[in-house]
Design a protein around this ligand. Sequence first.
Ligand code: NAD
Length: 390
Amino acid sequence: MFNEELKLHKVIKLGMVGGGRGSQIGYIHRNASSRGGLFQLVAGAFDVDYERCKDFGKNIGVEESRCYPDYKELIKNEAGKEDGIDAIIIATPNRFHYEMSKAALEANLHVICEKPLCFSVEEAEELKKLADSKNKIFGVAYGYTGYQMIHEARTMIANGDLGDIRVVRMSFAHGYHNEEVEKHVEGLKWRVTPTEAGDTYIIGDCATHILCVLDAMIPGIKMTRLLCHRQSFIESRKPLEDNAFIIMDFNNGATGECWASAVNCGSVHGQKIRIVGSKASIEWWDEHPNQLLYEVQGKPKQILDRAMPYLHSEDEWVGNDRIGSGHPEGIFESWANMYESFAKAIYTKDTGDTKYAGVWYPSAEEGIEGTKFTAYSARSADNGSIWIEC
Ligand code: NAD
C-alpha cells in the first residue's frame, strides 16, 4: 500500500516552465508531484505572457516574486540559492525542451521534461551526457508508465511467463483530430507546426508514449531498425502526419509494429500494447488500465486485476496501491507513481544512499529512444518508407 508517510532527505522544491492557465498538461504535473508531500512547487515561468503568469501563479499559491517572465530569469534567480529550487519541470511546447533542459542542467538542477524530448537524437544524447556529468536525474514525463499493471507485466516477462518475446503490437490511435480542429484551438496549432513540434505530429505527440510503455515492460529493449509510412488526411498538416504505420525490429530478436493516428474516428484513446511470447501473450489498454489480459496458449484467457493478492506485489510499483482493490485507479495515480520514482531517484543522487538506487523511472534513455522514433520515422517516410538503422 502507498505509504504517504514516506520521508526523503527533504521536500524537493520545484520550478515549472510552461503549464500555465489553460494548458493541457500543467495541472497533472502539479497535482501528481504534490501527492505524498515529496515535492513543493515554489516558482514558475508558467506562460508566454508575464502578466498571465503572475496572475496564474498567485492563484495557485506561488509567491508573485517567484513568478518569472521566462525560464532564464527563473533559473538565474532560483538555481543554486539556499532556498531556491532543486528541480525544474519543463512543460512547454516541444521546441523549447532542448534549450531549457540544457540551461537547467548547466545550472545544476534536476530536470523533469515533457516528451517528445528533442528534435534530434544528437540533442537528446547530449542532454543525457550532461545530466550524467552533473549527477542529476533527467526524467521524461511518460506518465502512463506509472500504472501498476504495466509493472506486473514487467515482472511476468522477467520471470519468463511469456517465454521468448516474438512480436509487439502497439497503437496510440485516437479520433479527436479527424477534422481541422487546430483552426480553433491554440494548443493544437503548435502540434502541427514543424518549427514548434519537430519532424512529426502524431508519432511524437502520442506514439512515443506507448513505446515507453514497452520499455517499462521490457527494460533495455531498443529498436534496431524501423520503417515508417505516414500520411496527412488533413491537407494543412503536411508535411507532418496525422496517421502513420511504423514497423520495427528490436534488439531482443522481436519484431513489432505501431499505429499512430489522430483520425481514428470513434476511438477514445486507442493506446494499446500486445506482447506475444513463445508461451503466452499479454495485452494492456489505457482505457482499462487496471487490467491486464493474459493469454496462455491452449488455456482460457485470464484478466488480471490491480491490487489482487495473486499479483507480484514485491515489485514496489505493483504493491503501490493508493486505494484498495475494486476501486479504479487512474492517470493521476499513474503520474503520482512516476513522480514518486523521480523523488527517489533525486534522493539517490543527492545523498548517495543506495536504498532506492534501483528505482525505475522514464529517463533520458527513454527520451533518446522516443527521439529516435520520431526523427527516424520522419526520415524513413520522407525517403519513400525505407528501413532506417537505429
Ligand atoms: P499547451 O499549448 O496546452 O500549453 C503550453 C503552455 O506553455 C502554455 O501555458 C504556454 O503559455 C506555455 N509556454 C509556451 N511557451 C513558453 C515559453 N517559452 N516559456 C514559458 N511558458 C511557455 O501545451 P500542452 O498540451 O500543455 O503541451 C506542453 C508539452 O507537454 C508538450 O511538449 C506536449 O507534447 C507535452 N504533453 C505531454 C503529455 C503527457 O501525457 N506527458 C500530454 C500533453 C502534452
